[in-house]
Structures are given as structure tokens and as C-alpha cells.
Design a protein around this ligand. Structure first.
Ligand code: 5AD
Ligand code: SF4
Length: 361
């Protein structure tokens, strides 16, 4: 406890400070979460923004060792939604006042997929008269593809770096041209240069991961001057190579508290960025997403993928699913958020304040 209060009063933290903060437990950790909540309130207010998440395709050319939809997993059925299915879900998000949608997919660089996403963006603009915000999370693509999607109307892009440490990255991915940390960083830089609100993130509580790695991840986000972050706990998947290392994964409760501390510290470091409270948090604790919001997150991405595809987008085991097409579950979700004293930013884009400051827009 002794070091934490004085560290919290600082305005900039080096790696050693961050490691100390990541070790905080009990009252010291509570104090940190409170300080983060105050920072959020002061710099960006108490609104939670909703992004309707559509998992438009689980076709993936990559083989990340941790992910359930990796290319070599033959135990799932591959799908790509039709444009009509996308249209229906987008219309639903719009009618519910979700404010934005996120199109997420496996990573594939192919012309028909590029065109499909472009059409989905255009359709979304059309349906909502330009009033729905559009975030993409479709992996590494060429600059020309990123440009095409931006011109079609996407304005935010999430590309998680997964692990910013080169050695850790290598332990989580095959060593080849498409799994390359440098290439991934270049793609992220390209997105930022092109004018996207740019988001990244990492997994927390991975085998082989140390507190130093996590501290460096935070420094990476700050140095990159990122606008949005989505980070959450690593959750095992039995049909992946990393499952072999399940005994080296921190306990569930430790992965939760480490994730909350990462959110809180990032909020202290980057006061006006958008931070998502991720689904992976709910996968290991039913209250996970709420805890993430209380720790400083201001965005959630309720899943509106049609039910028939859901079982085939399991990035990890026990991925939770709430059927938001049911009025009762939607109201429950909204009540849970409002009961914590938050307001939901219905019909708002909820753009990253940091982006506006950074670009003067
Ligand atoms: N546990 C937690 N997050 C995962 N992701 C993929 N597999 C897992 C897992 N087993 C995350 C990655 C990816 C995002 C779409 O899902 O960070 O970028
Ligand atoms: Fe594909 Fe992304 Fe999963 Fe890697 S993490 S296998 S790129 S969907």
C-alpha cells in the first residue's frame, strides 16, 4: 500500500512505477480503481457508449496459437454473413439507439471479402442516413484496402497488437510473414496516418507473460498515441496449441484483477481515450463487464450477431452470449449499466475525445 498513494499522485509513470501499480492488491488496488473512475468522470464524463458487434465472418487465414477460429481449427463451421443478414442486424442496432456498429471478422486479405465489407459499410450509411458510427476490426490489410473502407464511411479501426513484446509475440504466433509484429505495427501506423480513430489492445494473463510485458504494453499504447483500447483477459480454448500451457495461466481471479488494473492504469495514463470493457471479461466473471466500466472503461460492444452463427465464433471457451434481440435481456443490460450510475449514450457515436484533441477535429 505504502507506495501506491504517492504513485497515484504522479502524472507520468515509468516502467518500474507501472509494475508497482500492477502489483497493487486489496485497499491499494481499490484506491487505484477509484482514482481511475474519478479521472474518467472528470475528462470524459459518465457515459457508456454502445457499439453493436457483428461478427461478419469467421474465415481466417491466420493461426494464432491462442484463438479458437484459427485456420487449422477444423471443429468449427466457417461462415460469412450475407449482406441481407448484415442489413437486418444493422437496422436493429439503429432502431435500438446503439449509436455505432462494429464489423469484426477473422483476418483474410481477399478481394471478395474487401468488397463485401465495403458494401456492408455503404449499406450501414444508407440505412441510418449516416447516423450510425462504424468501427472495423478486420485485421491487417493493405493501405489501399484501409483507404477503400475509409472512403466508404468507416471511421474507427481496432487492430490489437496482442502483445507488444517481440519475444512474447513469437511465442503466441507461428514465425512467418503473416504473423509478424513489425508488419502489424506498420498496419496500425497506416491506419493512424490515414485518419482513422485508431484502436489497439492486448490479452492479459497469457502464459509466458510477465508484469514487465504488461507495463511495456501500456507504454506502447501511450507512445503510439492510440485513441481507443480494447483489452481483456486471455481465456483458454481447448482446440488451440496454447491450451497445452494451461497450467501456466494465472488463476481466473488474478486474470480479472490484472485486467481491471490494466484498464485503470491506462485511464490514468491516457485520460481521454475510449476504453472498451470486453466480452472476455464476462467470459470469466458474469459481472466482468460492469467491473471493467467501474475500473474506467467507457465503451461496450453488445453482440448482435444472429444466433445461428454464434457457436462458430468462439475465440475462446465459454464465450458468453446474451440474446439482445430479446427485449427483456436488452433492458436487463441497460438497467445493469444505469444501476452503477452511468448514463447510456443512446444514438451517439461516442467518438474518442483523445482523437479530437490529437487531430484538432
Ligand atoms: N482469449 C482472449 N482473447 C482472445 N482473442 C483471440 N483469442 C483469444 C483468447 N483465447 C482476442 C484477440 C483478437 C480478438 C478478436 O480476440 O485479442 O484480437
Ligand atoms: Fe484469426 Fe484474429 Fe483469431 Fe488470430 S486472433 S486466428 S487473426 S481471428
Amino acid at each position: 500500500m505504502t507506495m501506491i498513494p504517492s504513485l497515484l499522485d504522479k502524472n507520468s509513470w515509468n516502467k518500474e512505477d507501472l509494475i508497482t501499480l500492477l502489483k497493487a492488491e486489496g485497499p491499494a488496488m481499490e484506491m487505484m480503481l477509484q482514482r481511475s473512475a474519478q479521472t474518467r468522470e472528470r475528462y470524459i464524463g459518465n457515459k457508456i457508449y454502445l457499439r453493436g458487434l457483428l461478427e461478419i465472418s469467421n474465415i481466417c487465414s491466420k493461426n494464432c496459437y491462442y484463438c479458437g477460429i484459427r485456420y487449422e481449427n477444423r471443429n468449427i463451421r466457417r461462415y460469412k454473413m450475407t449482406l441481407e443478414e448484415v442489413e437486418k442486424a444493422v437496422r436493429f442496432a439503429y432502431e435500438q439507439g446503439f449509436g455505432s456498429v462494429v464489423f469484426q471478422s477473422g483476418e483474410i486479405e481477399a478481394q471478395p471479402f474487401t468488397e463485401f465489407v465495403t458494401r456492408a459499410i455503404a449499406k450501414t450509411k444508407d440505412i441510418s442516413g449516416g447516423r450510425l458510427g462504424i468501427t472495423l476490426s478486420c485485421g491487417e490489410q493493405s493501405d489501399s484496402v484501409y483507404r477503400q473502407w475509409k472512403e466508404a464511411g468507416a471511421h474507427r479501426y481496432l487492430l490489437r497488437i496482442e502483445a507488444s513484446d517481440p519475444d512474447l509475440f513469437k511465442k503466441l504466433h507461428p514465425t512467418d510473414d503473416i504473423h509478424n509484429l513489425h508488419r502489424r505495427m506498420e498496419a496500425l501506423r497506416g491506419l493512424q496516418r490515414m485518419g482513422y480513430q485508431t484502436g489497439t489492445g492486448v490479452m492479459i494473463g497469457l502464459p509466458f507473460q510477465t508484469l514487465e510485458h504488461l507495463a511495456n504494453d501500456l507504454l506502447f499504447m501511450r507512445e503510439f498515441d492510440i485513441d481507443m483500447v480494447g483489452m481483456g483477459p486471455y481465456v483458454m480454448h481447448r482446440d488451440t496449441p496454447l491450451f497445452e500451457h494451461r497450467h501456466e495461466v494465472p488463476l481466473l481471479k488474478d486474470r480479472i484483477s490484472l485486467s481491471l488494473k490494466m484498464i485503470a492504469i491506462l485511464r490514468l495514463m491516457m485520460k481521454d481515450v475510449n476504453i472498451a470493457s470486453t466480452t472476455a471479461l464476462s467470459a470469466i466473471d458474469p459481472m466482468g463487464k460492469i467491473m471493467g466500466m467501474k475500473a474506467g472503461a467507457n465503451v461496450i460492444m453488445p453482440n448482435i450477431t444472429p444466433a445461428k452463427f454464434i457457436g462458430n465464433y468462439n475465440l475462446y471457451d465459454n464465450k458468453p452470449y446474451v440474446d439482445l434481440y430479446s427485449n427483456a435481456s436488452r433492458l436487463t443490460m441497460e438497467k445493469e449499466i444505469e444501476n452503477q450510475g452511468f448514463k447510456i449514450g443512446f444514438d451517439e457515436w461516442g467518438d474518442s475525445v483523445h482523437y479530437r484533441q490529437r487531430t484538432g477535429s
